[in-house]
Design a protein around this ligand. Structure first.
Ligand code: WTA
Length: 656
């Protein structure tokens, strides 16, 4: 640890010398490679694209236009490959008997599963043949609504194998959310399980799927993994016992040749307006980028055991449980459970049990575990750990220090990785052997990534190294999303309209005098609850769908564990009594409309909402009240009825 010069966050943490001695990228190499990557992207990515096995090698590398109205992003466009063959088949010659996936079940008493690359190959082929038997062909959409079980990875890779496009819906989403996604992508098949165990409890996943499918075309097939053996209703002719079918299916399934720019998956994510949008990632560029970031950011060496604690329902699970690690022939841990069950030592027990070398989690999990003290950490042997990672939101210095001291024992570099569903992989992150960490900073860009800081209002580029504004990216990288499913206009409007010529991330940031980036959070109406993205508009539309609600406005507020909590202002229909029962009813309602992650933490009854004379809700004011910062409300004189603010301030829920 060295104290460092004049910049504001004085302390930097270089990796320990023992780590640096075998690190894949050192400081000099980083600078050299970074300069090469932005200096000549065609040459740089032309070279690094070779980390994959191509059926037909590409001759073109980058073909990108960021001009609003003409946005088009293509990488390796004339190459063909198969993603599953890259993640599985090509490792068979050298590591067929190596474990590909370690599955750690929810209940620690249930034995873990070690799935070798050979076994993975067989399961993926069988599952692919089952999909084919259900009429799924290249380009078809398959919705995956599964718990964190190996079948989720088999299903992803089975889709990739036959060129079908998967769309994973997080198992915590409601039947309605599932139906919306099945319909938006016009999926042919839904793959689900009877039940999803988590933290000793079980979610009736299949019955959610049943409810969802009532709202979908009756042609949609439902493939059910009998995981717990729990009771489900069975719809003859629609429901298929997928494990049973896999046991009869052929263990051979030749991989389909797909274009580099053919979609690999769609993943729905929240934005500031409207319904979640289907982020489309394609095959070649995405896999190059996921694999390369996985290797270099986590300093992954052959034989290491890598654990990303995310769910495959989020992009982090896509890129860093399945695609990145498996493309690299890694051993990846897949964990079905939660950090606090049966006790708050579960993460560390699993690290010790499987001798995890790289551990990647979210600040919200760290904060939740900090509350249990250090005893659950000290109890377990964490000597296998070499590197720690963080993702999902800025990591606060307290959590960073706790992670560093108690989990890493001061010996593990921490990589704070900033990225998004849209970016496919890490964009700003330390390379651990090259870039000393500063707690709370995602540090510097990955290869090929050109972050810029713009003035929020004017969009003017800030050239000085020290800068604060909105974070945009000036040029494409191979892992970038290509479009919004079925709505290229929305893609352009969301990401390329406001700041012309740039990809707009939706985040604000500060760049310090050392050129380090500090993400300051979303500048749009997206909130980040326990590292999960939630559009305030989505929660609002769920609330107003209730027949007792006239109007609703939702904002984020600081929450000790979740990072941000959901604060809802609700105006009831005329004559409806605001009661505790109704508050509960609305909470349950939102859970059912979207899922448990969207449940408001605080609901305030609002006789009126602060609006401008033209009827626009002044969220700035609502945010201040929710943040318990009424003192800095600023000018309220432009409001149609300034009196409503006094009432809201007086009755605010967040008294803490
Ligand atoms: C936030 C998750 C600060 C950010 C991979 C971004 C972060 C949004 C970090 C994307 C980080 C993610 N530091 N903020 N290291 N990582 N974010 O799409 O606001 O679920 O825009 O992707 O999470 O969330 P998403």
């Amino acid at each position: 640890m060295t104290a460092q010069g004049p910049t504001d966050q004085a302390r930097t943490y270089p990796a320990p010398d023992t780590f640096k001695a075998r690190a894949l990228v050192d400081a000099q190499t980083y600078e050299k490679m970074y300069a090469a990557s932005v200096g000549d992207p065609d040459a740089f990515w032309g070279e690094h694209g070779k980390r994959l096995e191509w059926i037909k090698p590409y001759t073109k590398v980058k073909n990108v236009n960021f001009t609003f109205g003409e946005v088009s992003i293509k990488w390796f466009e004339d190459g063909t490959l198969n993603v599953a063959a890259n993640c599985v088949d090509r490792h068979l010659a050298t590591r067929a008997e190596q474990t590909a996936i370690i599955w750690e079940p929810d209940d620690p008493k249930t034995p873990a599963r070690h799935i070798t690359y050979r076994e993975l190959h067989e399961q993926v082929c069988r599952m692919a043949n089952v999909l084919k038997s259900q009429g799924v062909t290249k380009g078809d959409r398959v919705v995956i609504y599964l718990p964190m079980i190996p079948e989720a990875a088999f299903a992803m890779l089975a889709c990739a194998r036959i060129g079908a496009i998967h769309s994973i819906v997080f198992a915590g989403f409601s039947a309605d959310a599932l139906a919306d996604r099945v319909n938006d992508s016009a999926a042919k098949v839904v793959i689900t399980a009877d039940e999803a165990p988590r933290g000793g409890r079980r979610t009736a996943l299949k019955s959610n799927a049943d409810a969802a499918l009532l709202r979908c075309s009756d042609k949609v097939r439902c493939l059910v993994v009998k995981h717990t053996g729990g009771q489900t209703t069975w719809v003859q002719g629609r429901d298929v016992d997928v494990l049973e079918m896999m046991s009869h299916a052929s263990p051979d399934c030749p991989p389909e040749e797909v274009g580099a720019e053919d979609p690999l998956f769609v993943l729905y994510t929240s934005g500031s307006t409207g319904k979640p949008k289907g982020v489309v990632h394609t095959s070649g560029g995405y896999l190059v980028y996921a694999a390369m970031t996985h290797e270099l950011v986590f300093d992954y060496h052959p034989g290491d055991v890598f654990w990303c604690t995310a769910d495959v329902g989020w992009v982090t699970g896509h890129s860093y449980i399945v695609y990145g690690p498996l493309a690299n022939g890694a051993t990846t841990v897949m964990f079905e459970g939660v950090p606090t069950w049966p006790d708050a030592g579960r993460f560390w027990e699993v690290c010790a049990k499987h001798k995890v070398n790289q551990f990647y989690t979210a600040p919200t999990a760290i904060r939740a575990l900090m509350a249990f003290g250090t005893e659950p950490v000290e109890k377990h042997d964490l000597s296998s750990l070499r590197l720690l990672g963080s993702v999902g939101e800025p990591i606060n210095p307290e959590a960073w220090n706790w992670y560093n001291t108690h989990v890493g024992k001061g010996n593990c570099p921490i990589v704070d990785t900033w990225w998004q569903t849209e970016t496919g992989g890490h964009l700003i992150t330390p390379l651990p052997g090259a870039i000393p960490a500063k707690p709370g900073s995602a540090t510097r860009p990955f290869f090929g990534v050109k972050p810029v800081v713009l003035e929020a209002e004017s969009g003017k580029l800030i050239e000085d190294t020290a800068a604060e504004g909105v974070l945009c990216i000036a040029d494409s990288w191979p892992g970038q999303m290509r479009t919004v499913w079925g709505d290229h206009e929305r893609f352009q409007e969301t990401y390329f309209q406001q700041y012309k010529g740039y990809y707009f991330s939706g985040d604000g940031c500060r760049r310090d005098a050392d050129g380090y980036y500090w993400i300051t959070g979303r500048v749009d109406d997206v909130i980040n609850v326990s590292g999960h993205r939630m559009g305030t508009a989505e929660v609002e539309s769920a609330l107003v769908a209730h027949d007792k609600v006239a109007e609703a406005a939702v904002v984020g507020y600081p929450h000790d564990v979740k990072g941000q909590g959901i604060y809802a202002y609700v105006t009831l229909m005329h004559g409806v009594e605001p009661t505790e029962e109704l508050r509960k009813e609305l909470e349950v309602w939102v859970r059912r409309e979207i899922g448990p992650i969207a449940k408001p933490d605080l609901i305030q009854w609002a006789p009126g909402l602060p609006k401008t004379r033209s009827g626009k809700i002044m969220r700035r004011i609502l945010r201040k009240i929710a943040e318990n910062d009424a003192a800095s409300l600023g000018d309220t004189s432009t409001l149609a009825d300034p009196g409503v603010v006094d009432d809201l301030v007086e009755n605010r829920m967040n008294k803490g």
